[in-house]
Design a protein around this ligand. Sequence first.
Ligand code: CUA
Length: 326
Amino acid sequence: MGFFEILALPLAPEEASSMAPEVDRLALFMLLFSAFVSLGIAAAIVYFAIRYRRRPGRAVGAPIEGSTRVELLWIGIPTLIALFMFGWGAQIYVKLATPPPDAMEIYVVAKQWMWRFQHPDGQKEIDELHVPVGRDVVLILATEDVIHSFSVPAFRIKADVVPGRYRTVWFRATRPGVYPLYCAEFCGTSHSAMTGSIVALEPARYQAWQSTGVATGTLASAGEKLFEQLACNTCHRGDTQGRGPVLTGLYGKSVPLRGGGAVIADEAYLRESILAPEAKIVAGFDPIMPVFNGLLGEEQVLQLVAYIRSLGGAPGRNPRPASEAP
Ligand code: CUA
């Protein structure tokens, strides 16, 4: 039961995720604090207006010279309160920006005007996402066209999805139910229709739902097929004789770059290396790879990335692009 719900005030949507009560506590504190200050100032204005009104013989007020002590107090106390709220908010922000390890991963592709979800075992959904209650779920979001914003008020999460990069956001549903999903960024004519729902199910019911779905092969297996179709395997071979780097065991490792420096082979780097290979050439190789920008959709890129991930990599690495904070 959340604070807004105890007050029976319909000020906020249902609290249906592990982070929702924390976000609401801060929001409630700021609301009450603002109300206290606003009402206090209003009351003081009324009181002083009456108390010091103009009366016969008191038309001119006494001069006030100011007081350093009072000045210090009204600068110091609000500063401390503001810093307290900042620290509280920053702590929640960091929690929301750090997906827990071992979270279940779901890929999301936004597109005018729909949300496409892909479960790791291959199940696909449009404008509806089924998740188990009590399990950490991390969404890896990409957009096919313009900026969209993935917003689930009941979970207190909102993430802008910007073209050309991956964005992650996580939640843990705490109550079974159907929660509205909105696009919270104006993205064209049918922006307002770009809605959907998150269906949180008890684990047993989730399993039942999962087994009824038609899995059309995993993301990685689709990626493997694509890898062959695009003839990536002629250069990226299993042995070290290929003209491109070996991809086996690459994911999550540090890659030395031509011209110095290194980069972690995370999802963002793999994506960039597929779409714009010349951006960061691996040391010891020539910039000969064709550019796939404009030739592949975001879903196909996700498939290729999933395939490369399936070839193994650094152990226990949380597959998050470290550069992406909400
Ligand atoms: Cu997508 Cu608004």
